[in-house]
Write a protein that binds this ligand. Structure first.
Ligand SMILES: [Zn+2]
Length: 364
């Protein structure tokens, strides 16, 4: 066994007490030794919850009760093995959003009495657009560290080629203000709606869908998330009550908390209800614009085929298209039922060719 070792405390949810554990930063995960029984948790399953001068607290995907507390010294070792667990920094400009969010203080009562998940939607609704934009900038900057933008020489023409479609979808969804599409080199097929009216589209998605109509159907789904501010809701839900209180009261830790969220991006998933709503809205929007809603079913079927058995490192991918969708077959069927063969093309062949070349074969 190699790697730095630390004494930590583990709350596993099975009992109320914390257990003393020995933790080793192994190459592929944290090996946790409790009374001689060791198991390794892959780094990709862990995220940073909190950090202060003495300690850092880690959470584990799919295990809401899991809390691992390590001494602050562990951060040095984690920096090399799993930077998302060690990231620290400051986001001075984020403090600027606090003033605007005080307007949302009425929601504080909801947060306290109902708990964070239930308050996430009302809080998102009450978050001023400027604050959401600031949060979106921060999240996009964090994601860009792992999802690198495609080369400007091909991405910029692609953004221009997609803009008319994006504007139509935005208008049909009542989204005010421009929506920004960013093409990133990530090979895993994905599209992500972030707070602040941003949509990230991966090179892998452009390689997976086979027509402008399928691409447009994916964008229509993402636009529905943008309209519902689902990215912000997901952030609030996963950041928990602590962030809400900080944001609302202007606590000094806001900037750091937001930066730390980058470690939780793997948790940034939408609920099944959010997905259902986005699908329904996408199908309605495509029909309203005279396009073929069945294209969403075809896109989903290709994404399903492409990602099954995928062993890629998805640490920074928000697997919103597949993993959070156990009911994908039902979604495919629902879209197929609305198919309208012979509907008007969504994008010209030229526009689609330009979009498809956004990453110049630079998927990684
Ligand atoms: Zn979705």
């Amino acid at each position: 066994m190699t790697g730095a070792a630390f004494d930590g405390r583990l709350h596993d949810g099975a009992s109320a007490a914390a257990h003393a554990v020995r933790v080793i930063a192994s190459p592929d995960g944290l090996t946790i030794d409790q009374d001689g029984a060791a198991s390794t948790v892959p780094y990709a399953e862990l995220h940073l919850l909190d950090v202060d001068a003495q300690s850092l607290r880690l959470g584990r995907r799919g295990a809401p009760e899991f809390r691992l507390i390590l001494p602050a010294a562990a951060r040095e070792a984690l920096k090399a093995q799993a930077p998302h667990l060690a990231r620290v920094g400051h986001g001075g400009r984020m403090l600027a959003l606090v003033g605007g969010l005080i307007a949302a203080s009425a929601v504080l009562a909801a947060a306290v009495f109902w708990g964070a998940p239930l308050a996430a939607e009302p809080l998102a609704r009450h978050t001023p657009a400027a604050a959401e934009a600031a949060i979106g900038d921060n999240v996009a900057a964090q994601i860009s560290l792992a999802m690198r933008p495609c080369p400007a020489s091909t991405a910029e023409p692609a953004v221009r080629a997609t803009q008319a479609l994006v504007d139509r979808l935005a208008a049909a969804n009542g989204v005010e203000g421009p929506v920004e599409v960013t093409f990133v080199r990530t090979a895993a097929p994905n599209a992500i709606a972030l707070p602040g009216r941003r949509i990230f589209v991966t090179a892998g998605l452009l390689d997976t869908v086979e027509s402008g109509a399928e691409y447009a159907a994916v964008l229509a789904h993402e636009m529905a998330h943008v309209a519902a501010r689902d990215g912000l809701v997901a952030l609030y839900r996963h950041a928990g009550l602590g962030l809400m209180l900080e944001v609302i009261t202007g606590g000094s830790g806001v900037a750091q908390q937001l930066v730390l969220l980058s470690g939780q991006l793997t948790e940034l998933r939408f609920t099944r209800a959010q997905e259902q709503r986005a699908d329904d809205r996408a199908l309605a929007t495509l029909a309203q614009l005279g396009h073929d809603p069945g294209a969403l079913g075809r896109a989903l079927a290709r994404l399903k085929a492409e990602t099954q058995g995928d062993e890629k490192d998805t640490r920074f991918d928000v697997p919103e298209w597949i993993e959070s969708h156990p009911d994908i077959d039902a979604r495919i069927k629902a879209a197929q039922a609305k198919a309208r063969p012979g509907a008007a093309p969504t994008l010209s062949e030229d526009a689609w060719a330009t979009i498809r070349a956004a990453c110049d074969g630079k998927a990684q």
